[in-house]
Design a protein around this ligand. Structure first.
Ligand SMILES: [Zn+2]
Length: 213
């Protein structure tokens, strides 16, 4: 029986965040919780894909038009262990790429995600309360084709289009005081946790399952 979790059709290695070295666990908080602005505990992703280099990130597609590299541009605000390779992205980033593909198709041109606008760890300095960016399910889009999303009109127009093609998407309202949206469109799918079939997980324990935590 193989001990590798890698899916034969996808090049990135699937890792259980709880089995990574401590320095990664401390910043990815796999399976931990973050509190949202309403005081609700949101369970963080436990499983990640490992990205070993920019070359691999640029060469690996998550959907037809989006490569891994577009979701991992962060700056010095990201936690130090995650500013060098290997990098890690939550498995649900693939689902975000699929959703963005709908927008890409509707606009018929490139959709650009900004720096710190894809996956950010819970220890990224820009992370306040539970942000779906920590789930790999949020994107800050700053440009579509030749159009920069830096006016209320363009942001509203593309937000409306995003809602048309991704019915359950959430877009940050203009002028939201928590994170002023005036130079990009934030779209997210919420706190989606993806557990691929190859994920090792834990053995089923009837005793634990039957008792409340
Ligand atoms: Zn955002």
């Amino acid at each position: 029986m193989s001990t590798s979790y890698t899916n034969a059709t996808f090049p990135l290695r699937l890792v259980d965040g709880r089995r990574l070295e401590r320095r990664y666990r401390d910043v990815l908080l796999p399976g931990g919780t973050l509190c949202d602005h309403a005081g609700r505990a949101r369970v963080l992703p436990r499983y990640f894909y490992e990205v070993t280099s920019w070359e691999e990130a640029r060469a690996t597609n998550l959907s037809r038009h989006f490569t891994v590299s577009e979701f991992i541009h962060t700056d010095v605000r990201e936690a130090p262990p995650l500013r060098v390779f290997p990098r890690y992205i939550p498995c649900a980033t693939v689902l975000l790429a699929f959703a963005l593909e709908q927008l890409r198709e509707a606009v018929g041109t490139y959709v650009f995600i900004g720096a710190n606008g894809g996956y950010c760890s819970p220890r990224h300095k820009g992370t306040g309360a539970a942000s779906p960016h920590c789930w790999g399910t949020a994107a800050n889009i700053y440009r579509i084709g030749d159009t920069y999303l830096d006016t209320p009109d363009t942001i509203r127009r593309f937000a409306a289009l995003a809602h048309d093609v991704i019915p359950t998407v959430w877009t940050r309202p203009l002028g939201d005081q928590r994170a002023l949206t005036d130079d990009h469109l934030h779209v997210d799918l919420g706190y989606v946790v993806s557990v691929p079939r190859e994920a090792p997980g834990e053995s089923y324990n009837l005793k634990l399952a039957g008792e409340p935590l």
